[in-house]
Design a protein around this ligand. Sequence first.
Ligand SMILES: C[S@@+](CC[C@H](N)C(=O)[O-])C[C@H]1O[C@@H](n2cnc3c(N)ncnc32)[C@H](O)[C@@H]1O
Length: 265
Amino acid sequence: MKFNEIYCGNCINIMKELDSNCIDLTVTSPPYDQLRNYNGYDFDCQGIAEELFRVTKKGGVVVWVVGDKIIKGNKTLTSFKQALLFQEVGFNVHDVMIYQKKNTPFMRSNAYTNCYEFMFIFSKGSPKTFNPIRERTVRHGKEMLVHNKGADGVNKKILKELKKEKTKNNIWCYAVGLGGTTCDKIAFQHPAVFPEKLAEDHIVSWSNPGDVVFDPMCGSGTTCKMALVNNRNYLGCDISEEYVKIAKERVSSNNLQINLFSNKQ
Ligand SMILES: C[S@@+](CC[C@H](N)C(=O)[O-])C[C@H]1O[C@@H](n2cnc3c(N)ncnc32)[C@H](O)[C@@H]1O
């Protein structure tokens, strides 16, 4: 099994071919609640969680992007059931982040329009890499800020410089659709592409250049493409031949000059 390749097959079988502790980061999205109709649907969450735990390096991270279906007015909460499964096989639930969609169509007459999915951050022990994304603060410049509370209970204030930047919070918002999710038209032959920027933000946060980034259910290949663009090694697989073809096309059609490590097992 070589890195910087996309394979067709059931991800459990593909993972069984991998050595233990060889993956730094997984960024993936499972086919939740058969919400969409994938060709060759086959999903064993327990088996996938167990194999992911085995192949993930100590301190490695799995980003699991998932939402819930509503069946007869009842949210399935499959997302949380899956998160508990990952915890049972040994992962820490390091964080539960939100992927907010900027432009979602109105869906239900008796509830607020759903505009998010969960991004579970599972880690094998404490994450070995965290490169926090920083963003500009709204207020900057100088302000009178509380300095010290005196014995009389009165807050003292001094003139202090406000920070220009802060670490992003854990709700990440992305535009979806053509131009938002990706500019690769071919990707939309897949029904559930996640935004390239979402994959990229996780890749830069939880891995370093030269690391191995895996997507066991890679669909149109978003994670693989963004790993390549960010100088990581990638490994992808999908059960559908049709999607593997799209993923390979997306990875090869980007013209950027990238130095890849040819990392073989
Ligand atoms: C939500 S989609 C992933 C979309 C992807 N993140 C993208 O940006 O295009 C889930 C994918 O899982 C694949 N899949 C379902 N069961 C699988 C299995 N057992 N092994 C590998 N892939 C599987 C489906 O074919 C589908 O493409």
